[in-house]
Design a protein around this ligand. Structure first.
Ligand code: N01
Length: 504
């Protein structure tokens, strides 16, 4: 049973997606109740709130895409749909009593560290102050729409998949989908059957690994898992273990990687018989290099009579459609941008200032970096959950978020016990960590010569290149040598009298 700590740390969690929910539940279970969750959206769920496009399905098996602390035995499909995942998040928030801590429609504009506390401002002018800030702001959050000439002149409807308009009707209309990533493939498959015509505009083909994404799960499985929590735990542990094999496939060039890659090539070969179309759909890089796309319906959709693939570059948007480099104008009624995100923004464009006024843009002038995904030099008492180098391409995100939250909880306990007032990771420890990341990226499949959203502007790969055991080891017990820890000298009310207890 959790006990009330002697000095209750006040905490502001920014974001109520997977990372924010994991942090909040973990803190609550540890007995820390003085926290508020500030969420920009009008509901919880993060990407699962913002993304509502037709066909949205999670391509991670549902049994794995859940919190360890909130088992769900009754997923209706092997790969859950977006709406089912969103309902799950809302239920977790209710069941763990997070609503009382939650402020929706509360976009944080400023977070400034002053006098050893965080001063946080919300867009509506509300100001809050706390001992700690947890940035759980997500990765794929800011939609990217290319600045195509003439876009403003288009007389039809334009939508980005991450800001889908629920009132938009595509049935019976001529639809253009731009983009061939996981989203483009899902939305093409979903819109094609009812569209009058569907054209997909692609710049780079993607490998699409066949998987029966619509597979329903037997009610008997749900019953058995619900009846036996021990069995559920074993299945969850097995799913985590199995995902370790997939992580290994991404991390090391073994026969296992080659086998999965062969499966991707086979998926294309057997499903697309037309030679010219197959050529257009064949990437010039290794399968798995970009975030692997899974689909059991895409190749069928793109070969349907009402569908077409356009690989000529887009030169302009006209009032009536899209013009490509070959001079053709493709008349369409709706343009769907499935063009991804600004994936390396994290908490930006927030005005985030740490020690001595350091801005996050200054700290990240050479690209986003964080010690073990969780701490940034210059930003005391601030931790990131699913921050830079999070394992978006390998390990369960929920596992990583919960692990990070438990790691932060260790700091909270020490704060509560009066062991320190501020904790800040050192520059040296962060550099050591990022150097190790760079070195470990060498043999990963992400580094085999493709252009993907994993790359930062500085050409580093913003992913986790180690296995789960390493992540667990790195995020279990904080190493004091890697941190600057300060505490107020006993009885000193003046912050100037604070002494530095441990530096390195
Ligand atoms: O975005 P992307 P996404 N002209 O960046 C193209 C997760 N996710 O939304 O490859 C023409 O992958 C761009 O072309 P190119 C998952 O992690 C998960 O599809 O750069 N095209 C590319 O084809 C995924 O990886 C699920 O040449 C332009 C596409 O737009 C991540 O989200 C479901 C262009 C962008 O692909 C992002 O996927 C969906 C231009 N000017 C997504 N600019 C799950 O199931 C860009 N493109 C969990």
């Amino acid at each position: 049973m959790a006990t009330t700590p002697p000095r209750e740390p006040s905490i502001i969690i920014i974001g109520a997606g997977v990372a924010g929910i994991a942090a909040a539940v973990t803190f609550k279970k540890a007995g820390f109740e003085d926290f508020v969750i500030l969420e920009k959206g009008s509901d919880v769920g993060g990407v699962w709130f913002w993304n509502r496009y037709p066909g949205l399905t999670c391509d991670v098996p549902s049994q794995l895409y859940q919190f360890g602390f909130a088992p769900k035995p009754d997923w209706s499909r092997v790969w859950a749909t977006g709406p089912e995942i969103q309902r799950y998040h809302a239920k977790v928030v209710d069941e763990f009593g997070l609503r009382a801590h939650l402020r929706l429609d509360s976009e944080v504009t400023d977070a400034v560290f002053e006098d050893d506390r965080w001063q946080v401002t919300v867009a509506d002018g509300t100001r809050l102050s706390a001992d700690f800030v947890i940035a759980a702001t997500g990765v794929l959050h800011h939609p990217f729409t290319p600045d195509l000439p003439g876009l403003d002149s288009f007389e039809g409807t334009v939508v980005h998949t991450a800001r889908w308009d629920d009132a938009l009707v595509t049935a019976g209309r001529r639809v253009a989908v731009i983009g061939s990533g996981s989203t483009g493939v899902q939305v093409v498959s979903a819109l094609q059957p009812e569209a009058a015509r569907l054209l997909q505009f692609t710049r780079t083909p993607q490998w699409v690994l066949w998987a029966p994404m619509g597979l329903r799960r037997s009610a008997l499985v749900a019953k058995a898992l619900a009846a036996s929590p021990a069995l559920h735990d074993r299945v969850y542990a097995a799913a985590l273990w199995a995902s370790g094999i997939l992580a290994d496939v991404a991390l090391r060039p073994t026969w296992r990687r080659r086998a999965v890659q062969e499966l991707a090539r086979w998926s294309l070969r057997v499903q697309v018989r037309d030679k010219a179309l197959r050529e257009s759909l064949t990437p010039g890089y290794q399968p798995l290099c970009k975030r692997q796309v899974l689909s059991g319906s895409y190749y069928r959709a793109i070969q349907a009579d009402n569908a077409g693939l356009v690989t000529d570059a887009i030169t302009e948007i006209t009032p009536a459609g899209i013009r490509t480099a070959d001079g053709r104008e493709h008349a369409v009624d709706v343009i769907v941008f499935a063009t991804g995100f600004h994936p390396h923004n994290y908490m930006r464009p927030m005005n985030l200032r740490g020690r001595d006024g350091l801005t996050i843009d200054q700290a990240w002038a050479k690209g986003p970096r964080a010690y073990r995904m969780s701490a940034i030099p210059g930003f005391p008492n601030l931790f990131t959950v699913l921050g830079p180098n999070s394992p978006t391409g390998s390990i369960s995100l929920q596992y990583s978020a919960e692990l990070t939250a438990r790691y932060i909880t260790r700091w909270l306990r020490r704060f509560a016990a009066g062991e320190f007032d501020t904790v800040e990771v050192t520059e040296e420890a962060t550099t050591r960590f990022t150097d190790a990341v760079t070195e470990a990226m060498g043999p990963t499949v992400w580094n085999t010569g493709c252009n993907s959203w994993y790359f930062t502007e500085q050409n580093t790969i913003d992913l986790w290149p180690f296995d789960r055991a390493t992540m667990t080891a790195l995020l279990t017990e904080p190493d004091d040598n890697d941190f600057l820890i300060t505490t107020t000298a006993a009885g000193a009310a003046d912050p100037k009298e604070r002494e530095c207890r441990s530096t390195r």
